[in-house]
Design a binder for this molecule. Structure first.
Ligand SMILES: NC(=O)c1ccc[n+]([C@@H]2O[C@H](COP(=O)([O-])OP(=O)(O)OC[C@H]3O[C@@H](n4cnc5c(N)ncnc54)[C@H](OP(=O)(O)O)[C@@H]3O)[C@@H](O)[C@H]2O)c1
Length: 239
């Protein structure tokens, strides 16, 4: 049900090719927003753009951008400036899960996880804020995880990235709330995506469109109110 609040808004969704990011991009297109997505490969991004355009008839653009690389993010913003012209909404969703004990985890995997899940969010926000200021405000929605609160064995890199993301998000909110910039961190539990391979799909899990529904609610709150943190979990987790 469209409530017209997002019509014409300009949005970035990182990692919009699959899973949660794709469901959020789709929701935004259905609401009449103009959306730019990225993924690591040109082919994957082009395919997702064409499928989402076909499914919704919406205004969507996409370019390859490895969010773990600050130079690639700069280039992506030049692309977004060219295609969208301005920016109202930034959804930092792209993420990877590299799991292993601290002894077993390779240093490269540690850095890739932190660069993708956390450092990228700084760079995206740093570049988005001046564009939000030019519009008198904006939204950042960061897709974190319940792993931002619950550490688990083998989760050192992933837990560190998501614990860090929650702390970053709260500080970001406190830094910029008076400029009309609203920040929300969404912490889902198990979501049915291929994040950990095809075995990750299951009907008992949160579905990607359920996360998109929460993001829709966050983005359509009255201006006086900011939903700053949401926890989501499957109602009946598999035993
Ligand atoms: N699934 C869960 O149970 C779950 C639970 C809580 C939180 N989350 C979080 O939700 C977010 C999305 O996960 P998902 O479940 O939707 O996973 P997914 O199906 O594996 O999708 C991940 C998305 O991120 C993109 N991506 C990954 N690394 C990237 C990079 N370096 N640069 C650009 N794009 C990149 C992927 O695009 P390409 O492959 O095309 O590059 C893809 O679009 C992640 O931040 C994850 O931590 C997931």
């Amino acid at each position: 049900m469209s409530i017209q609040k997002l019509v014409g808004k300009k949005a970035i969704v990182t990692g919009g090719t699959r899973g949660i990011g794709r469901a959020i991009a789709r929701m935004l297109l259905e609401e009449g927003a103009e959306v730019a997505i990225c993924g690591r490969s040109e082919a994957g991004t082009t395919r997702a753009v064409s499928e989402l355009r076909g499914e919704t008839g919406g205004c969507i653009y996409g370019a390859a951008c490895d969010v773990s690389c600050p130079e690639a993010i700069q280039k992506f913003f030049a692309f977004v400036d060219d295609k969208l012209g301005s920016l109202d909404i930034l959804v930092n969703n792209a993420g990877v899960g590299r799991f292993g004990s601290v002894a077993d985890l390779e240093a490269g995997e540690w850095h890739r996880t932190l660069d993708t899940n956390l450092n990228s969010v700084f760079h995206f926000c740093h570049l988005a804020i001046p564009r939000f200021r030019a519009r008198g405000g904006g939204f950042v929605v960061n897709i974190s995880s319940l792993a931002a609160r619950n550490a688990f064995a083998g989760g050192a890199a992933y837990n560190a990235s998501k614990f860090g993301l929650n702390g970053f998000s709260e500080a970001l909110m406190l830094d910029h709330r008076h400029e009309g910039i609203r920040v929300c961190v969404v912490m889902p539990g198990s979501v049915s995506t291929e994040f950990s391979g095809a075995a990750g799909l299951a009907s008992w899990k949160i579905q990607p469109q359920d996360v998109a529904e929460v993001v829709r609610m966050v983005l359509t709150m009255p201006e006086r109110t900011m939903v700053s943190l949401v926890e989501m979990r499957p109602s009946r987790p598999a035993k």
